[in-house]
Design a protein around this ligand. Structure first.
Ligand code: CTP
Length: 405
């Protein structure tokens, strides 16, 4: 694949039994045309020798900050700047904890802090260590700061137990990296607007009507679209999430503000992905002063908000429109109805009552319906993986002449 040729990959190897698999990974990446620069932690050198990586990669191996200068002048800064991608495989629980805390006490962790390149981390450890809430919290922190965590495999571990935590086979790791370089340019030149999180409809200066949407799905889509080279505008309701790398973030509060922000950009974009949970109703007359608790019962008149996506569908000029449907029953039927009514190209639907699906989870189980009526069902997956699938479908519409992308 041409995308990876000549790219500089900094491969961090930490001290786990799976370090030997990093040798084959180096070989595969090199065969694919990449320059692989290996950094080994001190513990990694107990499992595989520096010499092995030097021979396979064709580059000096960086092992510590204080040793003799090798290929580069200031090793950690040079490698951090040179990198088109930093991959840590295998990543131990200890390394993950240090990275999540921003600790920089050796060459690898220092390089990680100093780089602006995308970072992939492939955890490999005993199942109990992997499932430990502390490790999961650390992985979640890394994800939150834009690190791509490569999913460990399940199976027999070196320590004898069976479960999740194995480093995937080198071929699988290499494929994911090849895919990353293959996809980086696939949306170049495209402008994509993504909406995310829930809106807040004011009651008075203190209170609002909101919903449970965290924004995770929309932020994952925006991050993935930016990684594929698109110019991405993310219009987000209130969310605790950080702006993904390379994404322009515009924060809004109410449905009315979201509608204004979306309409301002609509003419100029190639696609709109409406993952926001827009409030269907707003308070008819929000009070300008805090409302006092003088009444035992309080009726709050609500009026319908404009349906942003419906309006976009009525004024489509070649843009691709992807909508979402959060349902609690008759998912397929309701989603189909929304696809037609709102004049969408795709609708992504889920049953929010299912375990692991819906609001504020990292996973979701979705089905996608295309405007030609095809239905695809997906198993429970990470929202980051689903973002990948949704954008693949969006790109596939490329062939169809009526769409811009
Ligand atoms: N949507 C929107 N503007 C609204 C309400 C929803 O743009 N005022 C968008 C959402 O971002 C989502 C899609 O429409 O992409 C479906 O929203 P949903 O709330 O599930 O459907 P509704 O049409 O509001 O139908 P209902 O509330 O009856 O389920």
């Amino acid at each position: 694949m041409a995308g990876i040729a000549g790219k500089n990959i900094v491969l961090g190897v930490t001290g786990g039994i799976a370090a030997y698999k990093a040798v084959e990974l180096t070989s595969r990446l090199k065969k694919a045309g990449a320059e692989v620069h290996v950094i080994m932690t001190r513990a990694a050198q107990k499992f595989v020798t520096e010499l092995t990586f030097r021979e396979i990669s064709g580059h000096a191996v960086a092992t510590d900050m204080w040793g003799k200068l090798q290929e580069f002048h200031v090793e950690h800064i040079a490698l951090a700047q040179l990198a088109d991608l930093v991959v840590i495989a295998p990543a131990t629980a200890n390394f993950i904890a240090k990275a999540a805390a921003g600790i920089a006490d050796d060459l690898l962790t220092t390089t990680l802090l100093a780089t602006k390149a995308p970072i992939f981390v492939a955890p490999a450890m005993n199942t109990n260590m992997y499932e430990n809430p502390l490790t999961q919290r650390n992985l979640e922190s890394l994800r939150r700061f834009g690190v791509h965590v490569m999913e460990p495999a399940e199976g027999q571990l070196a320590c004898g137990v069976s479960g999740k935590g194995r480093l995937p086979e080198p071929s699988a790791l290499a494929n994911e990296i090849l895919h990353f370089f293959g996809r980086t340019q696939s949306l170049k030149g495209r402008r994509i607007l993504v909406t995310a999180a829930g809106t807040r409809e004011p009651i008075d200066p203190v209170r609002y009507i909101g919903n449970r949407s965290s924004g995770k799905m929309g932020y994952a889509i925006a991050a993935e679209a930016a990684m594929r080279g698109a110019e991405v505008l993310l219009v987000s309701g209130p969310s605790a999430l950080q702006a993904p790398a390379g994404v322009k973030l515009l924060r809004v509060e109410s449905a009315a503000e979201m509608r204004d922000a979306v309409w301002k950009e609509y003419e100029a974009v190639d696609a709109v992905i409406m993952s926001a949970a827009v409030a269907d109703y707003r308070v008819k007359a929000a009070a300008s002063e805090k409302i006092k608790k003088t009444q035992d019962e309080w009726m709050l008149p609500l009026v319908k908000n404009p349906d942003i996506l419906y309006e976009l569908g009525q004024h489509k000029k070649g843009q691709i429109l992807i909508g979402f449907a959060a349902e609690t029953q008759n998912v397929l039927e309701y989603a189909r109805g929304k696809l037609e009514k709102k004049n969408l190209d795709y609708i992504v639907a889920n049953d929010v009552t299912e375990d692991g699906a819906g609001f504020n989870t990292d996973t979701n189980r979705i089905l996608m319906i295309s405007r030609t009526g095809e239905v695809e069902r997906f198993p429970l997956m990470r929202k980051t993986e689903l973002a990948d699938i949704i954008l693949d479908r969006l790109e596939a519409l490329d062939d169809e002449t009526s769409c811009k992308i």
